[in-house]
Write a protein that binds this ligand. Sequence first.
Ligand code: PMT
Length: 228
Amino acid sequence: SARRDLAGRRVVVTAGGTREPLDPVRFLGNRSSGKQGVAIAEAARARGAHVTLVAANLEVASPGGCDLREVSTALELQAAVTEAAAGADLVVMAAAVADYRPAAVSESKIKKQPGDDGLTLELVRNPDILAGLGHAPHDGTLLVGFAAETEADDDRLLALGAGKLEAKGADLLVVNRVGWTEGFARDDNRVVIIGNEGVLARAVGSKMSVAHEILDVVAPRLRELRAP
Ligand code: PMT
């Protein structure tokens, strides 16, 4: 990109999917590859930003020229993003974060018990990292969340997004239609970017083109927030 509209900006991006260990060899995870978050990090870098990428279990190569913080669990991601977000101009939360983790992590591999025909896992809630950032004072930092939703109906999809924008205290929300064959792990994506005033933009195409369209919405708002 020839645009250098993020020159001098400090940008933090989360990418990938968290993994919550059950025992030394197993985890609860999700299908996020990290492609969308990595594309946002690369696009911001190309537009002149200093980028910190908080990367959870990426299935793609991490981009060059970024400050890389590798994490695995939601709690690790929370610690890394909270530290990196202090004083940042922009935080984009594209990672798929587990809402629950196993209540206990077994020190040894969990064995089948003779006679048992099932196993019940007890889970506890993870903190909502985006809501934690959104509801804390963050003057001068634009906070962009994602919402991964399987809802097919456009009006209901947007209503879910508006609910999450409000609940999490984000400034903008990228509503991402996901499903068995949409969103996660693919090279293309379809999103609606919303703010308190409603729909700001729709983007369909490669994850890199979607990344640039998100930054097209973000860049003028950063200028309103503070000078670079
Ligand atoms: O990685 P890819 O394969 O390219 O796929 C991209 C993607 C579909 C994963 C990505 O575009 C996307 O939608 N990411 C958000 C996934 C998600 O966790 O959505 P959610 O609706 O569950 O969460 C809403 C927001 O809250 C997200 O910004 C999430 O980072 C954040 N969150 C969620 C749970 C939690 N405990 N803490 C959080 O901060």
